[in-house]
Write a protein that binds this ligand. Structure first.
Ligand code: SF4
Length: 681
């Protein structure tokens, strides 16, 4: 019997926990936590513990499929790739912008780099995006504006150093369990925990100060905290003076947001806002953690800027135990952004609108005709497809038929395309609509790197062979590029691709294989081989042109939809402990599926009693986009007037109900966290 333990990184959330994959005679049999890994120190959450179960499922895609007369038939790689190459060439000749590409927060850095390079250098379009648009696009946009760099400012381990932790819009205990462990350790050392959330989540239950607030009122809540801090002279005057600009403008705006004046809007008791503001401002070091509760709004970028304003106001940037920390949901969503799988940025956040950056990339890739205008974002791609302005899409490892807002609209858009290619490990809801489906290798079947939410770049290592004819995503893309006559895709391994990534991505330049092979990996920026990596950003100066952090005063705006007589509830969405994103992997894990086999809607017990709804009843939840039938879960742990549905479940898809009609102007984020809804038995 041949038993191997292959060091790896968890394929699920952005924590980046280390694990060993256990293979027996070439078959994946289990995982065990990596005891020497600095992030998780020998611990895994339930998702991580059962991460191996989906890999060996019988329903993995094993051969390319071509749709004919509405039915898939098996095809050879030559036939499938030649067909795709000839179709893409046709559209490219007509207009490269008739094509669009979705990369994947679940694929490696090397695979995301390859796909964005393919879109830009082979096709000549900037239409490349991925699901970060629908999670942390506003984090990138908001923190880039204020700090000059759109990522978590501090490391996960560093959270333990905080004397106050303010969590807003994140159910950290369920979504990022190994970050939560650091929060609890900080708490056991005396840190105060403040949690703002419309639900009394497992995270909120541990709070020293819990701030209930109505979805969509993040800005007045944060402004009111700043109002108290300035009014009581608790701001860090020295930090403001030496390290920032724009304070006077901020002061003018936040003075209008007294806690007593915003109470009616936010539904947060004014005395609680005052208490939280004092505790946060008086702490020696205070860390802000947030997730999609902050970002998934049409004011997502403004919400993120407000968290940055609060941190700068109190000097909580650039030191241990502090910072503004967007917690990324998927294992490589940070890396996919770093690699330029975004329509406005090349690798390393070099701007597409910057002519010098475009020239640099054009030279590096040996291509021409790259436009200096950003391409389409995910939602814009769907709108363009519906209007016939986009004719073909290539989707690698994403499932917009469950993850994107207003699924009916997504379906109509994808069906409007003349040609759709989906490359994935399972026949997802999106793959079912494709003209060609390409079978890809899963995480345990390939080498490469992931970048976790704390900017830590780490290796993943192949432990078992992919099933049937499935191939690694980078290998498929490079083969396709060569079939289209492109040069610059003669890579023989992810390691060769990573060498090119280092050349064009300044933050990754100092990461060589020897340094990355250590369990701790490296935090970017790591500009040269002698640089130790950067667990804490902005210690001396910000990444803005003059090195100063910028306060932007932000005013409250109503969400795109507010409750009315017909739709009297606010519907908000999120995740649960046992599932991940669209469920394509966790719902195929027998253990995780058994824990929670389908979705539910949470409703406040008083609301439920008025409507005659009891836990376990089937109810209809309706918005202006459509309706779903789903099981009710009655609880006092959600605010009156608010409904919550987890978005993992296609058969009662929360995103049938969400809207994509209005977008955050900077990050193009739809209003995923607030929809006006009705509920009936
Ligand atoms: Fe995996 Fe995240 Fe759980 Fe760690 S916390 S084991 S990375 S899902």
């Amino acid at each position: 019997m041949n038993i191997e333990y292959v060091p790896n990184t968890c394929p699920y959330c952005g924590c980046g926990c280390g694990m060993n994959i256990i293979s027996v005679n070439g078959e994946i049999e289990g995982v065990e936590p990596w005891k020497r890994h600095p992030m998780n120190e020998g611990k895994l959450c339930p998702k991580g513990n059962f991460a191996y179960q989906f890999v060996s499922r019988d329903d993995r895609l094993k051969t390319p499929l071509i749709k004919e007369n509405g039915e898939f038939r098996e095809a050879s790689w030559d036939e499938a790739l030649d067909l795709i190459a000839s179709k893409l060439k046709e559209y490219r000749e007509e207009d490269p912008d008739l094509l669009a590409f979705l990369a994947s927060a679940r694929c490696t850095n090397e695979e995301n780099y390859s796909l964005q390079k393919f879109a830009r250098a082979v096709i000549g379009t900037q239409n490349i995006d991925h699901c970060a648009r629908l999670c942390h696009g506003p984090s990138v946009a908001g923190l880039a504006q204020t700090f000059g760099s759109g990522a978590m400012t501090n490391s996960i381990i560093d959270i333990e150093e905080a004397s106050c932790i303010f969590i807003i819009g994140s159910n950290t205990a369920e979504q990022h369990p190994l970050i939560w462990r650091r929060v609890l350790r900080a708490k056991s050392k005396g840190a105060k925990l403040i949690v703002a959330d419309p639900r009394i989540t497992p995270t909120a239950k541990q709070a020293d100060i819990y701030l209930p607030f109505k979805p969509g009122t993040d800005i007045p809540l944060l402004n009111a905290m700043m109002n108290v801090i300035i009014e009581e002279g608790l701001e860090d005057k020295d930090f403001i003076e030496k390290r920032t600009k724009g304070f006077e403008e901020l002061k003018e705006v936040v003075k209008k947001y007294k806690p007593e004046d915003v109470e009616e809007l936010t539904l947060t008791p004014a005395d609680k806002i005052r208490e939280a503001a004092r505790v946060y401002a008086e702490a020696d070091s205070a860390a802000i953690l947030f997730a999609m509760g902050i970002t998934q709004h049409i004011t997502g970028t403004d919400n993120v800027i407000s968290t940055a304003n609060l941190a700068m106001l109190t000097g909580n940037i650039g030191k241990p135990g502090a910072g503004v920390n967007p917690l990324r949901g998927q294992n490589n969503v940070q890396g996919a952004c770093d690699m330029g799988a975004l329509p406005a940025f090349y690798p390393g956040y070099q701007k597409v609108i910057d002519e010098e950056a475009t020239e640099k990339m054009t030279c590096a890739w040996g291509c021409s005709d790259l436009k200096c205008t950003p391409g389409l974002t995910v939602v814009e791609m769907m709108n363009a497809a519906e209007k016939g302005e986009l004719k073909a899409m290539y989707i690698m490892g994403e499932n917009p038929m469950v993850s994107d807002p207003d699924i009916q609209h997504v379906k109509e858009s994808l069906e409007s395309l003349e040609f759709l290619v989906v490359q994935d490990i399972f026949m997802t809801e999106t793959a079912e609509l494709a003209d060609v489906v390409l079978p890809a290798a899963a995480w345990a079947e390939k080498d490469g790197t992931y970048t976790s939410t704390e900017r830590r770049v780490q290796y993943i290592r192949k432990a078992v062979e992919a099933p049937g004819d499935a191939r690694e995503d980078w290998d498929i893309i490079c083969d396709l590029a060569k079939r289209m006559g492109a040069e610059g895709f003669d890579f023989n391994s992810p390691a060769e691709i990573f060498e090119e990534i280092r050349e064009v991505t300044p933050q990754y330049a100092g990461m060589n294989p020897e340094r990355l092979s250590k369990p701790e990996g490296l935090h970017w920026p790591c500009p040269d081989e002698s640089h130790p990596g950067t667990p804490i950003l902005h210690t001396e100066q910000f990444a803005t042109p003059d090195g100063l952090g910028i306060f932007f005063p932000i005013e409250h705006k109503d969400p795109a939809e507010v409750p009315d007589e017909e739709y009297p509830f606010i519907l908000t969405t999120g995740r649960v402990l046992f599932h991940y994103h669209t469920g394509s992997m966790t719902r195929r894990s027998e253990t995780l599926d058994r824990e929670l086999p389908t979705g539910f809607v949470e409703i406040n017990d008083e609301d439920a009693s008025e409507l005659g709804i009891r836990s376990g009843d089937m109810v209809k939840v309706r918005t202006r986009r459509g309706e779903i039938e789903i099981t009710a879960r009655v609880t006092p742990d959600i605010m009156k007037g608010v409904l919550f549905i987890p978005f993992h479940f296609a058969e009662c898809a929360a995103n049938m109900l969400t809207s994509s009609s209005e977008l955050d102007p900077a990050a193009k984020m739809p209003e995923l966290k607030v929809s006006a809804a009705s509920i009936e038995k």
